[in-house]
Each structure stands twice: as C-alpha cells, then as structure tokens.
Design a protein around this ligand. Sequence first.
Ligand SMILES: Cc1cc2nc3c(=O)[nH]c(=O)nc-3n(C[C@H](O)[C@H](O)[C@H](O)COP(=O)(O)O)c2cc1C
Length: 368
Amino acid sequence: MSIQPLLEKLQLGDLELKNRIVMAPMTRNRADNPGNIPTEIQATYYSQRASAGLLITEGSQVSKIAVGYINTPGIYSQEQVEGWKKTTEAVHEKGGVIFIQLWHVGRMSHPDFHNGNLPLSASAINPHSKSYTPEGFKETVTPKAMTLEEIKQTVLDFKNAAKNAMDAGFDGVEIHSSNGYLFHQFFNGTSNVRTDQYGGTIENKARILFEVIDAIKEVMPENRIGLRLNPSLNGVFGMTMDEETIPTFDYIINKLNEYDLAYMHLSEPFTDVSSIPYAEKEIAKRYRPIYKGTIIINSAFDQAKGNQVIKDGFADAVAFGKPFISNPDLVERFENHDPLAEYDTATFYTPGEKGYTDYPSYQEQEHV
Ligand SMILES: Cc1cc2nc3c(=O)[nH]c(=O)nc-3n(C[C@H](O)[C@H](O)[C@H](O)COP(=O)(O)O)c2cc1C
C-alpha cells in the first residue's frame, strides 16, 4: 500500500519534517494576563499537537501597538520570551517542530488598546470591521497613516521579535503578511493610498514586506523564515480587492524567488470570489509554477483533498486549522482513518482549558 502523500517526510530548509501536515496559525486568546505572557496552558496545547510535521503558533504581536484582540500573546517582552520557552521545550520534547507567527494587525485594532491613541495603518482608511476589545466587539475607527519613522520602527519591531523568537527556542518564524492585517493593508490599493515610497506603484506597496524580511535575515537564517499570503481575500477582515491586487501578489511571489525562505504559506480564497472578475479563484494552481520554493496550502482542506493537492503537485504541505482544534492527534487519525471530532466554535476564543486543551485523542476517547 502506498503511503498517503500527507504522511511523507518533507525537507524544509535544513529541517526534516516528519509529515506534510501543518497546524495552521490560530488565535486562541488564552494569554489572559496583564503582560500577555504565554504560560503552561499554551505549552500543553501545542505539545498535544506535536505530531504535526510543523506547528505554527497563533499570531503573536511584535509590539504593543501591533495588538488588536484581547488576550493574544506577544513576543516583544522578556517575560513573553520566558513564557514561550515552556511551549518550545514541551514541543521539542515530543519531537515537534514549531514556528511562531509574527503579527501586526495595523488598522484591525481599536483605541481602547492604545490609551485612546489611533491604531496605525498604511493610510487613514477605516476597514469598517470589528475589533475584539476588553469590552467586547467594537467598530473599528479610521487609523492613523504611518509616518516613515513609524514604518522604520515597525521593521525594527519585527526584527526584534524574530530575535526574541530565536531566544525563546522557536525553530523559525512566519511573517503574518495575510488576512487583512498590516502588510496586506499596504499591498491593497483600497487600503493604501500613500504617495511616498510605500504607495502608488506595486513595487512600493510591497516594499515594507521585503524590508521586514531583509531585517529578520540579519538575526536568523533565511531558511527558517516563512510567510503567509492570502491573495484573493475579499469582503472579510476589512479587505477589498481591486484590479491591481493579483498583479501585486504576482510581483511579491516572483520576488520571493530571490530569497531562500523556509516556505510560502498560501490560502485559497476564504469566500466565494466567483463574481469578482479580478480575483484569482485557484491560488495554488496560479502560484505553483511561479514560486520555486516550498508551498504550504491552506483553507478548508480535509484528508482527501490534502492528499490530492500534494499528489497533483500544487503544494508541498497542507495546513489544517479548525480540524486541529478538536483533534490534537489529527496526524494519527489520518494515519488510521479514524473519524474526526467536531470543534465547538463557542470556545474558540474563551479563556481556560475548555475547548482548548481538553479535546481527547481518539485513543483516549475510545477508552473512557
Ligand atoms: C480560531 C481561529 C483563529 C485563527 N487565527 C489566525 C491567526 O492568528 N493567524 C492566521 O494567519 N490565521 C488565523 N486563522 C486562520 C487559519 O489559520 C486558517 O487559515 C483557517 O482556519 C482556514 O483553515 P481551515 O479551513 O483548515 O480551518 C484562524 C482561524 C481560526 C478558526
């Protein structure tokens, strides 16, 4: 019997992954302490899932201004670095590989997080979305367009966060340049109307991302840096595509070939984009022939589709999100063709163990 493509090993830079099943980054809001410090509970959660070929943590803010949701962990303070060590040690003890997702939400935030000051973005354009504040969901506001000084500081914040990630024992980092957050706000013409070197042309709109990669490269090996892109994101997370959106991603992905990154993590469209003429409907198919490095593909995959996309050669690995929430042993379930447990959306973002570390493995479930 031939092995399922998802279960084959994968060489990721100098790391050998034991399979091609990746746990997608997922915000779970359990860092509910004043310093947003990860604790034992994150260590338990991630180590329960360490049989994945690669774990990517939830988005972790690179600075205080980068935050946009309550109780998300950071990676800018020494206490956060110490806290994350518990997670990396627990995962490594089980033979797992773990990258941390470095996050700046940009305008997807609220003044309540910033002592009344405005969140930052490429331009002063309200995403008309919601921010999850200490007082519940609130309407976003019109952000402040970043000054050149603030852009420079942001690049340094990512560099510092990457250095902290290495100190905390992570195997690598994933730059969160996806899903309508800061970098995506620079990429899209509907959120970036700047007239300086960070706006106007495609090259300018993409500039900040490459400055961040170049800065991070100074503090860690290039082949331990991954990044995430969601080219056809439309109508969610405050993002609206225009006719230049896909050409901008074409430019970015072509230029990524100049680097020797760990991987590029792509998402298929999150919503139905069939009526949007300038949206790309099949992301992996478009970008596989263009990108020379490793591609992780995501969004709404199941075991069969995951095996197929690797077999067809459109991706090297598949990231699973929600299935990993309720199936810590997703890999073993795929191996044994066991049924999957249903996830409970009510506990995605609530504090504590419930819906977080209390999902049993199939073995445990069968023996109670
Ligand atoms: C609870 C939850 C939190 C998420 N948080 C993040 C995040 O922090 N960073 C990110 O890039 N994507 C995040 N996502 C998106 C997932 O990584 C993934 O793209 C999405 O769930 C689709 O994959 P799936 O169909 O396998 O669940 C989140 C998704 C969920 C369900």
